[in-house]
Ligand binder design. Structure first.
Ligand code: BV8
Ligand code: ZN
Length: 238
């Protein structure tokens, strides 16, 4: 599976992973565009937006609460665990589009959450933000200042957190190997990160059960699942 690049992997100092919803699919979390995707029940393009939130905060909050419960019941799968394990052998960072926190729960210590996190909230007005630790007494929940709280995620049309985005570009530009896992590379600007890595001469690898717009420009494109492919990386590098 990885044989064609085992030497490049062994020689690599830094390996950067760009991950999307596909890496959490084997933890039972629906992807956005797959057959089990959210699109079937809700249209994230409509719900994951600031307009939808102000139009119907209760509906948007109910969608996030349903997803958050599903995520809290889910566990990291062998794909997440393998990436965390690799930190013993290489300099690793994870640039994730996911908001589920599974990379951190698997033990990864350098995770950049490009689209925020479903387990933190922030106020729509003041600078309050916090981890969600208990059930809300009312939906939508209110801040101490009296204004509505919102999920601390990046909605379509919103800018990514400035510092996280700048660091992610830095990571993409300074890696020897980039492994793009479980993302359709539809959403920008996250889908630019592999371009930055390739411009910098990184060896580009993709792990995806389907084709993506970048499959043909990858040095190696593995048409298999994250939970199957990533543990094999640990076998090569340990
Ligand atoms: C911005 C958080 C500018 C919320 C998310 C036209 C109209 C309107 C907007 C745009 C437009 N054109 C472009 C845009 C910009 C827009 C965008 O890219 N839209 C797309 C849909 C065209 N982007 C934005 O709006 C971004 N912001 O541009 O701001 C700006 C700048 C300055 C100042 C102000 C504004 C913000 C984008 C962030 C949106 N938030 N999530 C939430 O989750 O609720 S994005 C959402 O999609 C998730 O984060 C998700 O991760 C992400 C991307 O999807 P994928 O992760 O790739 O998931 P997907 O289901 O698509 O693919 C899964 C893949 O895995 C598949 O390929 C499948 O084959 C594979 N797979 C499945 N199972 C497995 C597997 N692979 C391996 N193993 C398996 N087992
Ligand atoms: Zn407030």
């Amino acid at each position: 599976m990885w044989d064609v690049i085992s030497d490049k992997l062994r020689q690599a100092k830094k390996i950067v992973f760009v991950t999307g919803a596909g890496i959490s699919q084997e933890s039972g979390i629906p992807t956005f565009r797959g057959k089990d995707g959210f699109w079937r029940k809700y249209d994230p393009m409509k719900l994951a937006t600031i307009d939808a939130f102000y139009e119907d905060p209760k509906l948007v909050w109910e969608w996030y609460e349903e997803r958050r419960k599903n995520i809290l019941d889910a566990n990291p799968n062998p794909g997440h665990v393998a990436i965390a394990e690799l930190e013993k052998y290489k300099q690793i960072s994870v640039l994730t589009q996911n908001i589920d926190g599974l990379h951190q729960r698997a033990g990864s210590s350098s995770v950049y959450e490009l689209h925020g996190s479903i387990i933190t909230i922030r106020c729509t007005v003041c600078d309050f933000n916090d981890k969600i630790t208990s059930e809300f007494s009312q939906i939508p929940p209110l801040c101490k200042c009296g204004n509505m709280l919102r999920p601390d995620v990046v909605w379509f049309g919103e800018a990514l957190p400035q510092k996280v985005w700048e660091s992610a570009i830095e990571e993409a530009r300074s890696c020897d190997v980039m492994v793009v896992v479980g993302t359709s590379l539809v959403v920008s600007p996250a889908n630019l990160l592999p371009v930055y890595a390739r411009q910098n001469g990184a060896t580009m690898v993709e792990v995806n059960i389907d084709q993506t717009p970048m499959s043909s420009s990858m040095y190696l494109s593995l048409r298999t699942s994250a939970a199957k492919a990533l543990p094999r990386l640990v076998d090569i590098l340990s």
